[in-house]
Design a protein around this ligand. Structure first.
Ligand code: CDP
Length: 227
């Protein structure tokens, strides 16, 4: 069976990773959450005091890049791929608001992007991959056979993320989550290096009013047209 590359981009909390995981499972493809990689670098910066008064010490972080080892391991029990930072499972830690509040700043640094993009391209070299992020269809895999661009209203997105965080036991307010999402969207879309935008050949999926099943069926039909 022919294997393709599926790139899923879009604003924060549009359900990219849920869709990407569903697709990977159905197609028996590898799933890579590229956002988790930027989050892991942001966590490293926090752990190593490279952020003071909300200011990132960019030079120190770049100098530390050789010491940042990011990998994924499949968790057989949970049936998900989990991210490791220097050998430690940080899958839950990277979703905290502390990380969310600085990750988009970290993701503006070209040296960091270069390193992570190279790793992402390596992971997708054999195709049979679903990757979600902000620059997957534009920069990482510009030749991907299927490119999706996900959108939904900011309120819908904030509500989803807020529910997820509350479910995981985090103490957050809806307003703080909404503010984080809108400020990240702004930074992600306006940064100089690899800004978030819809590739000309990407198909837009607005899921504000779509159930998960409806969305999945729609996308499976698109995949079938590429195989
Ligand atoms: O889960 P959520 O949609 O909120 O974000 P994420 O996919 O975990 O990504 C976190 C942040 O990493 C984004 O807001 C971007 O700043 C950055 N990112 C990026 O610059 N490029 C990517 N390919 C993926 C994420």
């Amino acid at each position: 069976m022919k294997k393709i590359t599926i790139a899923i981009d879009g604003f924060s909390s549009t359900g990219k990773s849920t869709l990407a995981k569903q697709l990977a499972q159905k197609l028996q493809y590898i799933y890579v959450d590229s956002g988790a990689m930027y989050r892991a670098v942001a966590l490293y910066a926090l752990q190593n005091n490279l952020i003071e008064n909300n200011e990132l010490n960019t030079v120190a972080l770049i100098n530390n890049l050789p010491n940042i080892n990011i990998s994924f391991q499949y968790n057989e029990r949970l049936k998900v791929s989990e991210i490791y930072l220097n050998g430690v499972n940080v899958n839950t830690e990277i979703r905290s608001m502390e990380v969310s509040n600085i990750v988009s700043r970290v993701a503006t640094v070209p040296e960091i992007r270069q390193q992570l993009v190279a790793l992402q391209q390596q992971m997708g070299a054999q195709k049979g991959i679903v990757m979600d992020g902000r620059d997957i269809g534009t920069v990482v895999f510009p030749d991907a056979e299927l490119k999706l661009f996900m959108t939904s209203s900011a309120n819908t997105r904030a509500q989803r993320r807020y529910d997820e965080l509350i479910e995981s036991g985090a103490l957050v307010t809806f307003e703080a989550v909404l503010e984080n999402i809108t400020s990240r969207d702004h930074l992600d879309s306006t940064r100089e290096d690899s800004p978030l935008f819809k590739a000309t050949d990407a198909i837009e999926i607005d899921n504000s009013n779509l159930s998960l099943d409806q969305q999945f069926d729609k996308v499976l039909a698109l995949v079938a047209s590429k195989l």
